[in-house]
Design a protein around this ligand. Sequence first.
Ligand SMILES: [Zn+2]
Ligand SMILES: [Zn+2]
Length: 310
Amino acid sequence: MFKKKRYLRQNKRMKSVVFATLTFMFSMLLACSSDAENPNGGEETETEVDRTGNLLSTGASANDILSNARFDRLLIEIAFVEGFRPSPVTMNAFEEFLRENTFKQNIELTYKELPPTGEESLTLTQIDSLEQANRTAYNTGSTLAIYIFFADAPSDGDDLEEGLVTLGAVFRNTSMVIYERTVRTLANRSLSLLISDVETATLNHEFGHLFGLVNLGTVPINDHEDPDAPFHCSENPCLMRAELQFGTSGKAFVQRKHANDVHSSCSLNGLNLIQTMENRVARGIAAAPGLDPECLRDLESNGGRPSTNN
Ligand SMILES: [Zn+2]
Ligand SMILES: [Zn+2]
């Protein structure tokens, strides 16, 4: 009985110690969070992040991505909506694509899961706002940061009946979006293609634009820019080929540009891409075409790694 009483008393004391500790910790927490909310404190952290190097036009950082002259480390923030994370097969192929074409050896991919956007479709302006709210990776020191958003909604203006299905877009020097819901929808409708096939082709094609292809920051050695589709390659086969881009989306692209809105230098058309890839698989070759010798030559001339097949 006595033992039990002592135990109870000790227990009570313990409880009050724990309570006091918790109260202290909680008030510390409040103090910290009110510090963070303090306008001066908060803004100080904000101004420490210099975003200017990540707000340039698409292709403006081609040389910085390809060579190690200014930046020798690549930090790629992969932001994906819950349930729309790209497959490991895709990300391995993507990393290989970067190592093959650039001198970057120090490459880090970080993943950030985001809640659903709650939108039925997304405009590039909305995608831009989401990036500004969620992006944490910006250039610092010799690290070049890139942000890729895997969206849970299709691109605004998509119309499957009209053959306009957008898989991905680029809108700044270190920013791109992959419409992952659309990628999966199209891949699941195909009998011969895997999700990772469509993801890889889309991701690498869009990244080709960040490399400055074609004539988008990397000057072509020989003229191979498609006169009907700016920033795309006229060689066949090539990952940067125009037929992978436009269905009826050429019109949408021009309109977006004239609206002085956030615009994409590429709106990768899903149906054309799927057809090209299905034909290739039927012929027993790799689903996605690689970069052709002209594109590879351009990359090398702008500081990229010389191609082993060239
Ligand atoms: Zn493109
Ligand atoms: Zn090409």
